[in-house]
Design a protein around this ligand. Sequence first.
Ligand SMILES: Cc1cc2nc3c(=O)[nH]c(=O)nc-3n(C[C@H](O)[C@H](O)[C@H](O)COP(=O)(O)OP(=O)(O)OC[C@H]3O[C@@H](n4cnc5c(N)ncnc54)[C@H](O)[C@@H]3O)c2cc1C
Length: 412
Amino acid sequence: MANLLRDKSTGMHPGRRLSKSKASRVARPVTPLRVLVIGAGVGGIAVARGLLQDGHDVTVFERMPEVRTGGGAVTIWSNGATVLRQLGVDMDGAGEQLSTVRVVTSGGRPIATIDVTAISATLGAPTRMVPRRVLLERLLAGFPTDRIQCGSPAVRVLETPEGARVEFADGSAVDGDLVIGADGRHSMVREMFGAQAAEPTGWCSWQGLISLPEVADNHDATIIIGEHGNLGLWPAGGSQLQWWFDLPWSTDFVRPDRPIEMVRAQFSGWSEATDRVLATLTDADLDLSPFPHYRHPIPREWGQGPFTLLGDAAHTIPPTLAQGTNQALLDAMILRRALTSAEDLSRALRGYEKMRRRKVAIVSWLTSLQVSHAESALRPAALIPDRFMTWILATFLRAISHRDHLAGFAPA
Ligand SMILES: Cc1cc2nc3c(=O)[nH]c(=O)nc-3n(C[C@H](O)[C@H](O)[C@H](O)COP(=O)(O)OP(=O)(O)OC[C@H]3O[C@@H](n4cnc5c(N)ncnc54)[C@H](O)[C@@H]3O)c2cc1C
């Protein structure tokens, strides 16, 4: 990884000494750290919320004039839900709590019905489909808004004798002890490390949220897999339905004049609910689509000195396993933990990155696997009992969740 820009007068950052407070349930540094978070997405706000709770002096810088609450719904699996609980985020009634995920082929052959209620019971927290807007509102409830400085695009980070500096587009700068780059897929902080950019996977999603009570009013999510594409219809609370249609995509993609016609041509007849959704959608619903899928090569290190990355900035993954937001929340939890239990700041950050890299690499690799398959290729999967499929997913979620740390934090 290339060296970050350094203040000319410095050599290596010596690392800040932290000490543990035995009185608190989570050890806290005696001196609060001045933490500079770049990016007010789910990851940036989550880590800021946790570090504020731990007594640090945290400021979040967002390039947009306000926190962006747009987007469709995101899946909060039990692992993400547990982190939100630790952060004291009230998720009661948010979005839709899921009971099952039903996977079928485009020809209507059942492949699996995964018992999400059982998974949630095993892992001790519900699984929800939550509009991103609702998730951000819940994360921001009780959050001191003066800690978020919107309209502050960060353009450069550098190391100083005292720690770290962030420079902004208007020529201003701010100093702190550490910088967390939570600035999303096209992270400026990541770029300054010289880490590889995200690469397109060859697929994209046409997706969004619509109000369609006759399809959305239940707890069951559906995935339909075809040979040249796949789709999802997931209830997201009340009458809201998150829909997506995944199709191949390349950089020379030319957007059709009537995208809804193209999507209808690919997916009509896949199920009754699909046809209802396709009949309801218009070209306007596809205005923001398609969203090409990207995947970052996971670097060996995603930080240096007083700098680290979090969420999509560190590990953009395709939406295949619906793990993006959950992985950002897990980053926030492990980084918080690392900063409260380590003796040396730089070492604490490298420890966080190492711990997260192993888990994220597994998730990232799995999301690189092809979803779409011909009916014949899916036949063997249909022979696997649903209970075993449910067990596989629960085991996977448990394996990527840092269960020992999930249990270690006192609820906020
Ligand atoms: C507007 C929006 C809509 C989305 N919609 C969906 C969706 O429908 N479904 C889904 O699964 N995922 C969606 N995502 C992605 C999803 O939120 C993330 O994958 C996941 O939550 C991890 O979030 P993150 O905080 O790491 O990154 P992000 O959510 O991408 O947040 C990064 C933040 O950093 C800010 N930023 C970037 N560069 C700078 C800079 N130089 N200086 C200051 N601030 C900067 C960005 O404006 C953004 O607010 C969306 C993200 C955004 C920003």
